[in-house]
Write a protein that binds this ligand. Sequence first.
Ligand code: NAD
Ligand code: ZN
Ligand code: ZN
Length: 382
Amino acid sequence: MRAVTWTGPRTVAVRDADDPKLEEPTDAIIRVTATAICGSDLHLLDHGATMAVKPGDVLGHEPMGVVEEVGSEVAHIKPGDTVVVPFNISCGACFFCSKQLYSQCETTRGMLGDKKGASLFGYTHLYGGVDGGQAEYLRVPQAHFGPIKVDLDEVPELGALLLSDVLPTAWQAVEYADVVPGGTLAIYGLGPIGQMATSIALHKGAGRVIGIDRFADRLSMAEKRGAEVVDYTDVDDIADSVRDMTDGRGADAVIDAVGMDADGSFADRLFQTLKIQPDRFAALHAALASCRRGGNVSVSGVYAMWMLNFPIGDLFDKQISLRWGQANVRRWTDELYALLRDGDPLDAAGLVTNVAPLEQAPEWYDRFKKKEDGVIKVVLRP
Ligand code: NAD
Ligand code: ZN
Ligand code: ZN
């Protein structure tokens, strides 16, 4: 089969790879029909070597496709069904899965045992070293639980694809932000996650969303989704601007949908390169500073390492609550599927800006990474 592989720092290539086979009775094999590129893939592109990605690893964790084969213990899907595959691989039955903390599944952990959560598709040997879904075929472990059967007569295809990651991640970000009804939510980062968090927050009863980014197309998409938007490069101090927009107090809740590659100062970049502070925290610092006393900060942006200058004194003094982590995908997908079926009020399908052949993956990784105008969510077709 053809597959998108990591080939070294900042490069991916479409190469021949072995066709996957059933290995366990709980496996399924799917023929991939659509597979998205995620902001999380960009972290791998840049830091693959330090994140235990090996040359030749197949990337991708946002696939959907048609079931080709299932193992003897897979009952809820059968060959010919269309399914979306959640990015985390969960057994559905362990201690953590029974608490719906599917991203913490202890059955599928990789080589680091309890030091890392559930295995992920196409996301480093720290998370199981499982081949990803940017390929013609995919082996799906724990397929008796994970794959979501979708009926393309009742839901939009590209909206359904986002059940693999973007929709549940944005939904969990909003749940964890727990903004008071009618309250104000500030969202740092208007990539796919920030866009869908905007629509979800307003759908669930937030009064205002303040969306923050620096790219005109991303700001304008969020504005269409109902946000008031601020270009953080237009203001001296973005947290001060958020406070100015909220009676001097700060937002009731704040989402960081940026993560470890946030734009920041020259010093941030230098510290990251020298591994003095391997993640960049400009967005998280601003998010924490934008939250009002007693408010909630919800972090969906991925962080991998450690943070110097953690503002613990301010967080203590302001009584800020902090929640974060990878999305527990299956926890939220039934509710989201129902919304897709009921006319897609979140306009999930409208998030996808570009659909391209799998063979063009290197070019589209590059255009997505550069945040080219109009390139917000890219879907590849094998
Ligand atoms: P993306 O790269 O398309 O979007 C990130 C956005 O943040 C960009 O538009 C960028 O301009 C903006 N940005 C950068 N620095 C900023 C700053 N200092 N202030 C404000 N905005 C800034 O990515 P995405 O696909 O939307 O993903 C967003 C984050 O969520 C990534 O870190 C990704 O890894 C993470 N993610 C987490 C989960 C999870 O389960 N928690 C799932 C999917 C994605
Ligand atoms: Zn993703
Ligand atoms: Zn489990």
